[in-house]
Design a protein around this ligand. Structure first.
Ligand code: LLP
Length: 430
């Protein structure tokens, strides 16, 4: 602990205790109990500003639509919406959240391969900026419903599958031909003309999203080059200029000190690709993880230590489980885990940090080096702000943890811990 180790922005050890902004996490864990999610408002605002500034620095016109799926807490949406962000939603539920948080419908795009008629109607009634469409069937349904509801000028963007290789976990690769997402160029050429003929719809843009936790920008740029070629073809076929190109999200975050690409580097590369073709388009981007992952942490208490005798594995059994943070179990994701109090013992051991859920896959960290670990001690599982609480469940009938927002010296409960009554609320008084 004495040597300088990587911590996400906003986290630092002061006099042997881990702080987030101006709040001691040990005192926060005692006040709110564990497990609990804690987020830094300052870190989210700073990431938002870095993204915006990166694109402005490359003289690009950017609409930033935060990918709500990464962390859909209303207060996080209010924070980003207040900073100027729009939203990228993938369900009517997310649209409901974004609008409830005050994000104007005109700044919201609706993505996803399987929108239902009820979801399409809900979004049509609210006059969102655009539907990102991914199949001919979906286009036909949207057209029918838009006409039935007397809507005109309904914004549409077609999702392109550029068939590029990306180096990330197979479950979060989305831009290969074999993935369920997007459409090939030939279909987009054809559908863009159908949209042109519709009295209700207006083709505003083309969209792509090739994967998440991207640590290199080259595949994004390669896909964008293909998108630019397709945009030129679509404009020639329809005789209409596109309002924007949507580059999706995907920029990676740091989980244990790796260095993800900067938005400014991505922006410069995209600007260069446009300059090469002597074209310029306003861009729309849908970052999720980049804005919130490093800003959040899951605090947990060590319940028991077991093993450690000759040849035995050391287990640290903690009070957070795979229902609270699914990423390690689902993607073999590795999150750095650190103590809230620097131990006085130099005796480091390697631990399997596991939860209480009745599954062997219920682990939060493999081979985590911790010194002088004792029951009752608190740990922070870092970079858990994206796809952490958002993917939490009630598996094993465990109430989901509270969420707390730290802003300078303030800390505020932004979602309370669920109760046993919450667990059964939807099953009683039917
Ligand atoms: N746009 C679209 C169309 C997407 O599908 C996604 C993420 C995003 C934007 C935002 O991507 P981001 O900037 O956050 O990488 N649960 C996984 C990640 C799933 C991402 C799904 N799509 C995880 O925990 O790693």
């Amino acid at each position: 602990m004495e040597k300088k180790e990587w911590l996400p922005p906003g986290f630092e050890y002061r006099a042997g205790e881990l702080w987030l902004e101006e709040v001691s996490l040990e005192s926060l864990a005692r006040k709110f109990g564990t497990p609990c999610y804690v987020y830094s408002a300052g870190a989210i605002r700073a990431a938002y500003r870095r993204y915006q500034a990166g694109f402005a620095g490359a003289s690009l016109d950017l609409s930033l639509c935060y990918a709500v799926k990464a962390n859909s807490n209303l207060e996080i949406l209010r924070l980003l919406g207040g900073a100027g962000a729009g939203a990228d939603v993938v369900s009517a539920g997310e649209l409901y959240r974004a609008i409830s948080a005050g994000i104007p419908a005109g700044k919201i795009v609706f993505a996803g391969v399987g929108k239902t008629q009820a979801e399409i109607d809900y979004a049509l009634e609210r006059n969102i900026r655009a539907f990102n469409l991914e199949s001919a069937g979906e286009l036909a349904l949207l057209d029918r419903r838009a006409q039935a509801l007397d809507k005109t000028g309904v914004g549409v963007s077609l999702r392109f599958n550029p068939d590029v290789e990306v180096h990330t976990h197979a479950y979060i690769t989305t831009g290969k031909k074999s993935n369920k997402f997007g459409l090939p160029a030939a279909t987009i050429r054809q559908l863009s003309q159908e949209i042109n003929r519709s009295p209700a719809l207006k083709l505003r843009g083309l969209q792509m999203h090739i994967g998440s936790q991207l640590l290199q920008i080259e595949p994004v740029v390669a896909a964008f080059e293909k998108l630019l070629d397709l945009a030129a073809e679509v404009e020639a076929l329809t005789g209409q200029a596109l309002e924007y190109l949507d580059i999706g999200g995907g920029l990676g975050a740091s989980y244990s000190g790796e260095i993800p690409p900067r938005p400014a580097d991505l922006a410069l590369a995209l600007a260069a690709a446009m300059a090469k073709r002597v074209v310029t388009y306003p861009l729309l981007a849908e970052p999720g993880r980049y804005l919130v992952a490093e800003a959040g942490s899951l605090l947990t208490e060590v319940l028991y230590l077991k093993g450690g005798d000759e040849g035995e594995t050391n287990f640290a059994i903690v009070d957070a489980g795979m229902n609270d943070l699914l990423r390690p179990a689902l993607y073999q994701a590795s999150h750095k885990i650190v103590p809230l109090k620097v131990p006085d013992s130099p005796d480091h051991r390697l631990y399997e940090v596991v939860g209480p859920v009745c599954e062997t896959g219920d682990w939060l960290g493999h081979g985590i080096s911790l010194a002088g670990l004792r029951g009752g001690e608190h740990l922070a599982i870092l970079s858990a702000g994206a796809y952490g609480f958002a993917m939490a469940s009630n598996y094993n009938s465990r109430p989901r943890p509270p969420e707390i927002l730290v802003d300078g010296p303030d800390c505020r409960l932004i979602r309370r811990r669920e109760t046993f009554e919450d667990l059964v609320a939807a099953e009683i008084n039917l």
